[in-house]
Design a protein around this ligand. Structure first.
Ligand code: PMP
Length: 410
């Protein structure tokens, strides 16, 4: 495994990009052997700039729900690109996409397209405030909703005023949610919840039906908006929205990542109750009308609607989870696998410092499998049983590396 070009690019980037890379994609935060720069992608495969090949279990942090370069999506995107992408206004495709989106998501009476997940969550919160005339937004502790002052996990450059009307509760804790609603008094504009608890570096938790129902009831009692942040999970669990199976529908929801299979697009959807509020906002972006990503999204949604992508991702995810559980038993190294199988999180017991997770992933990346030690991973409709078999072969090397770690420590 060579990494000389990657190293060279990191050194050069350090001269011209603050820190060499922003945010969570700075590979200096990843285990030994992880590349930062990539050259090519196809299906479930990625190639880094040094030519090393990986089977990818991050799916570009979520967007690749049909695999890299899905032919039908790329064809629709290329056709639209040749006709026109950024113009003085949207193409016809915006209306077609909005129609199919609203038809797919039962709680959506309307949809507005944007670029990033942060655009969508921030707009949803702003619509909730505009529609209720109130200020407080209730957010689960530790949840990620984007990288702007009202919600960024870092307080660097954030003022107390930016957070003055953000209150926190514990996800899946009805009592904590109700206490926070009471604290906000008559000023509740909205309650925002992730599709499920998928916070960085901790076990994932699906929402309990009691929690989902309590969030709906609390929003109704306060005449406020229930907002689901479906940016990360959207279309992987349920095409109609991630709480659809719980029978709980939000007033507003935020989407991005998977909706256009990797082309840059986000969406805010809402019920009629918030249509006028959405209309009243001044909301825009230079690239929000781009027709190419919308054509990609239309093709992605059409493929998802006519196929069995969710069931396939569940099948592949279950195969991975069962295989890892069996290896964990064989090597007598305990792991916790949490969350939906198609968005797996794998954490090691007694690993507060993350040494086991890093040793495991360091071994798997060298064996050509791109896992993540601390973030939830993603399956796509393109993953095959052969990809999972190869991932499990690499995982065996990972467990051996963890075992070597403990014998070193002993
Ligand atoms: N919400 C959730 C749940 C996310 O996972 C993310 C991105 N990781 C965001 C919002 C922000 O999306 P973006 O990075 O596209 O702004």
């Amino acid at each position: 495994m060579s990494n000389s070009l990657d190293k060279d690019l990191r050194d050069r980037a350090l001269q011209v990009v603050p820190g060499g890379m922003w945010g969570h994609m700075n590979a200096k935060n990843l285990p030994d052997g992880y590349p930062q720069f990539f050259a090519r992608s196809q299906g479930t495969k990625l190639w880094d700039v040094d030519g090393n090949e990986y089977i990818d279990f991050m799916c570009s942090w979520g967007p690749m729900i049909l695999g890299y370069h899905n032919a039908e999506v790329d064809e629709a995107a290329l056709t639209q690109l040749r006709q026109g992408d950024i113009m003085n206004g949207p193409g016809e495709v915006m209306v077609r996409l909005a129609e199919v989106f609203v038809d797919t998501v039962p709680h959506a009476d309307w949809v507005q397209f944007e670029k990033n997940g942060t655009d969508a969550t921030t707009t949803a919160v702003t619509i909730a405030r505009a529609g209720t005339g109130r200020r407080k937004i209730l957010v689960a502790k530790g949840a990620y909703h984007g990288a702007v002052p009202w919600c960024s996990p870092s307080l660097v450059g954030v003022t107390a005023e930016d957070r003055a009307h953000v209150l926190t509760f514990d996800y899946n804790n009805v009592e904590s949610l109700q206490r926070t609603v009471a604290e906000a008094g008559k000023d509740v504009a909205g309650i925002i919840a992730s599709a499920f608890k998928h916070d960085y570096g901790v076990d994932q938790e699906l929402p309990t039906p009691e929690f989902a129902r309590a969030a709906r009831a609390a929003a109704d009692a306060a005449d406020a908006a229930l907002i689901i942040d479906d940016v990360r999970a959207g279309f992987r669990l349920n095409l109609g929205g991630s709480w659809e199976h719980l029978g709980v529908r939000p007033d507003l929801s935020a989407w991005s990542k998977a909706i256009a299979n990797g082309y840059p697009l986000a969406a805010v959807t809402g019920a009629n109750r918030f249509r006028a509020a959405a209309e009243s906002l001044f909301s825009t972006g230079s690239f929000w009308c781009g027709a190419q990503p919308m054509a990609a999204a239309e093709a992605t949604l059409n493929i998802l609607r006519r196929g069995d992508a969710v069931a396939h991702m569940e099948k592949m995810g279950a195969m991975l989870r069962e295989g890892l559980a069996s290896l964990s038993k064989t090597y007598d190294i305990a792991v916790r696998q949490t969350g939906p199988v198609q968005m797996p999180m794998v954490l090691f017991n007694d690993d507060a410092a993350g040494r086991k997770g890093f040793a495991f992933c360091s071994a798997t990346i060298k064996a050509g499998i791109y896992f993540h030690p601390l973030h939830n991973m993603f399956l796509s409709a393109a993953h095959t049983p052969d990809d999972i078999t190869r991932a499990l072969e690499a995982a065996e090397k990972g467990f051996l590396a963890v075992r070597a770690l403990s014998s070193k420590a002993a």
